[in-house]
Design a protein around this ligand. Structure first.
Ligand code: GDP
Length: 194
């Protein structure tokens, strides 16, 4: 994978709009504004490839990206944004559920949580879906550049406790600013797409 051939494929709100390809897909799940697009950009060494925004709740579609014709990143709609009406929230969870439960290309999920805070009930619900579906997964604590060294251990414990992760659950800290954790994310992607 030399990352010379990365491209945006399409955005979709329902299965009819998903791309028809045979690529394994790695879905990125997390609260809106947690840093999903930034993680994609850091992974493919681009600044403005996946759309990033400082406005929570902007990504309301599933966004598909082709990475060197080897796999596809799928940026799922961010959940847990408080200031939207219930109908909109329902639509989001419907989109996510539809994709996670039925998409045969789905190879694994990267669940992204904010390293600074205790994961939310929505994060826990998402993690429980992944377990229920027995999907290969990696939990990522992003924005680690905002933690001091003394916070690394307690915050990791906070994430493991809230999500009830097993000691062997794959986890890495990540920073889209500094590239921390990139190797760990690549290892996970390679493991499940090879
Ligand atoms: P998305 O809604 O999950 O796709 O989130 P974005 O990728 O658009 O990021 C939301 C905001 O968080 C943006 O202002 C990013 O610059 C910022 N951000 C994302 N990842 C990191 C990170 O690792 N470190 C820091 N310091 N900021 C980040």
């Amino acid at each position: 994978m030399n990352l010379n051939n990365v491209k945006y494929l399409c955005s979709a709100t329902s299965p009819a709009d998903y791309p028809r390809h045979n690529l394994p897909e790695i879905a990125l799940a997390g609260r809106s504004n947690v840093g999903k697009s930034s993680l994609i950009n850091q992974m493919v060494n681009r600044n403005r490839f996946a759309h990033t925004s400082s406005k929570p709740g902007k990504t309301q579609t599933l966004n598909f990206y082709n990475i060197d014709n080897i796999f596809s990143f799928v940026d799922l709609p961010g959940y847990g944004f408080a200031r939207v009406p219930d109908e909109v929230k329902d639509k989001w969870s419907e989109m996510i559920e539809e994709y996670l439960f039925h998409r045969s290309n789905l190879a694994g999920v990267i669940l992204i949580v904010d390293a600074r805070h205790e994961p939310t009930d929505d994060d826990l619900m998402m993690y429980e879906w992944l377990l229920e579906m027995q999907l290969p997964h990696l939990v990522v604590g992003t924005k680690v550049d905002k933690l001091s060294n003394s916070q690394l251990k307690p915050n990791r414990k906070q994430i493991f406790d809230k999500l009830r992760l097993e000691p062997q659950t794959p986890f890495t800290y990540f920073s889209a600013e500094e590239g921390t954790g990139k190797n760990e994310v690549w290892s996970f992607i390679k493991e499940i797409t090879s």
